[in-house]
Design a protein around this ligand. Sequence first.
Ligand code: GTP
Ligand code: MG
Length: 371
Amino acid sequence: MRREKPDSWWIGAEQNINCELSVSTKEATGLLYIVMIRVFPFHYKLTKTSTYHIKILKQRAASVTNSRFKMAKSKFEYVKTFEQDDSCLQNCWIVVRVDGKAFHKFADVHGFVKPNDLRALNLMNRAATLVMEEFRDICLAYGQSDEYSFVLRKDTIFYNRRASKLMTTINSLFTSAYVFNWTSYFGPIQLQYPPAFDGRVVLYPTDKNLRDYLSWRQADVHVNNLYNTAFWGLVLKKGLSNTQAEERLRGTVAADKNELLFTEFGLNYNNESIMYRKGTILLRKLCKHPVDGKLRQVVVPFFSDMIAEAFWKEHPEVLGMKSLQIHVKQHEVNNEHSTNMETNKSDDINKSSNRTEELSKTSIRPADIPK
Ligand code: GTP
Ligand code: MG
C-alpha cells in the first residue's frame, strides 16, 4: 500500500486547524493518522479507513484555505478601483517621445563632440532600433539630438492602449538599451553616471496632425543644428567666447547663418552630414537576407525630408497601415548610402550604411516573415 507523505497542503491544514476550526471526529482521526505516519513512517501503513479520514481532512483544509483566500480578496480588492483608466482614445496615432534628462550636462561630462557627436547619435539610433524590434506596432520612429519619437499604429491594441504601460515600457527599454550598448559606441569612455530619459504620450487624431508633429520635430533639428553649427564654429574655430558668439548670432535668420558659415569657414551647410541636418527616421521594411535570399523584416534608417509629400508617397505603408514594403536589395541599400556619401562626403553615413547591413543581419526573426 502507498505510504501517504505529508506535503505543503498539510502545513496549511495544520495552521488552519490550530487557528480557527472546530475539528470533526473524522477530521481529528485523519489528523491522528497523519501524525502516526509522520512519527512511525516505517511501521504505520495506510488502510482504507485511514485513507478515507485523511481525504476528509484534506478536503476540509482545502475549503478553509480557499475561503480565507476569498476573504482576503474581497477585503482588500477594492484598492484596485483607485487605479485610473488611462487607455488612449481609439483610432488615434499614439506617439511616445523620450528625451534625455539634462543632456547638456551629460554631453559635457562624457566629452560629446560639439555640435554633433556621431557616436552619441548612433547610440540613440541603436537603442531606438531595439525598441522597434521589440514593439512591433511601432511603425515609425524619429530621432534627433537627445530625443526619439515612437509612432504606434492607430489601431494598436498593444497593452490595451494603456498610456502609462506603453510609455514606461518603451522608455525603460530605450534607456536600458542605451546603457547596454554604450561601450559599443564609446569604447574606453566609461559612463560616469546612469543617464535618464523623460517620456510622454501624445495622441494625434488625424494623419495630418501626425505629419505636422513629425515635421515640427524635423524643423526643430534644422533650426537647432544650423544655429549650433554656426555657434560652435565661432567658439571653437574663431576663438569667440560663448557670449560673443551668442551676440554675433542674435537676430540672424537662416540665410544669414548660411552666409556666415560660408564666408567665415568656407562651409556649405547643405554639405553637412544629412543625419545631422535631418535626424534619423526608422522604418520597417522587408529586406532580402544576404545569405538565403529570403525576405525578412528589418528596421532600416532613412535620412529623408519628412516635411515633403514625397516621403509619404515613398513609404505609403506607414499612414496607410498596409503590409510592409519590400526594400531594395542589400547591395542596392549600400549603393544608395554610398550615393549619399558622395554628396555628403561624411563619415557617419558610411557608418550608418554599415549599420544598415549589420541591422539586416541581426534583427532577423523568422516569425516576421509574412505568410
Ligand atoms: P531637459 O531635456 O529639459 O532635461 O534638458 P537637456 O539638457 O537635455 O536639453 P534639451 O533636451 O533641450 O537639449 C538636448 C541637449 O543635449 C543639447 O542642448 C546638447 O547640450 C546636448 N546634446 C545632444 N546631442 C548632442 C551632441 O551630439 N553633441 C553635444 N555636444 N551635445 C549634444
Ligand atoms: Mg533633453
